[in-house]
Write a protein that binds this ligand. Sequence first.
Ligand SMILES: Cc1ncc(COP(=O)(O)O)c(C=O)c1O
Length: 386
Amino acid sequence: MHTLSKKLQALPPYLFLEIDKAKRKARAEGRDIIDLGIGDPDQPTPKYIIEALYKAALDPANHRYALDQGMPELRRAIEGWYKRRFNVSLDPDTEILPLIGSKEGIAHFPVAFLDQGDYSLVPDPCYPPYKGGTILAGGKPFLLPLREQNAFLPDLKKIPTSILKKAKLLFINYPNNPTGATAEKDFYEGVIAFAKRHKLIVISDLAYSEMAYDGYRPSSILELDGAREVAIEFHSLSKTYNMTGWRIGWACGNKELVAALAKVKSNVDSGIFSVVQIAGVAALEGPQDYVAQMCALYQERRDLLVKGLRSLGWKLPSAKATFYLWINVPKKFTSIEFAALLLEKANLVVTPGVGFGKNGEGYIRMALTVSKERMGEAIERLKKIK
Ligand SMILES: Cc1ncc(COP(=O)(O)O)c(C=O)c1O
């Protein structure tokens, strides 16, 4: 009766809903599910952040519409955090825009720059909103396969000139979801030069900048010369401070790009709840030892899971960052078949790689978001199925 818009019809199916359905069904049957599928920290938000939220919530001044461009205090807190973390100076008035979680900013950004039929260059596999945001803006994603033999970095030389002529945006995401891959400064240098040459806007998603192990510290593209001419970077408090449900993040970088996103958003939302913004200031300016503690915990879990899986003969790299392991599935299975097998035989939930794009076929993703005890149990169950 009602016809969906062509844009909505063009959106790829959301595989994760199917996985959720299978998971709920298994739970309803009373099975003891170990969920390695979710990219959502299992540990609580630190207490000092919750206390800031509580205190702010008692003040009626914080119950009203918030400022679209975010409180000056929050933009200054982001400026300070950025300077301390990356030694990059940002203008809090023009180069920083708080977001209701980075997802909405990433999904809204293409509206600002794509016209019907323009291309976004999108890594594949990837975090789904790069494609979704492009399609909802009337654009077309051109997929850049991320392959193991290329350390899961896109091969920019392979993009046809005919596509480059119609491409406006280039998405990059390191540390990477779902592959766990990382990128170094020489990669960013290449990206900046490429973007300048082909008049592209670089969208760098740094949601996992603080989740890294063995002393590794991910870089920001904005540390590099020339980045500010072409790049906007997206950050999130979700993973760093265990605040996924709170919805707070930010965009920063080139001021025209930041202003364009602010213009889109001023027509769509009315800013982040002030109480959450005040809690965000507490998170960014408070003691940061919790972040290090979380990394130590994920690192222990990573070591345990990698060791356990290797002891079963599985071949997999040990992720240097993010809380994901990206694992090859045995040749005779598709990623969906293998995930279904693990659910059926071992009550384990994992994410089939194809859910992140067709180049994710042949892999599953496991998240380090369950306790070491449960991971040990997962390995025991896998031992039994062979
Ligand atoms: C790569 C990547 N970017 C961005 C996000 C979104 O984070 P949020 O909207 O909670 O800030 C996620 C969440 O899983 C992610 O994996």
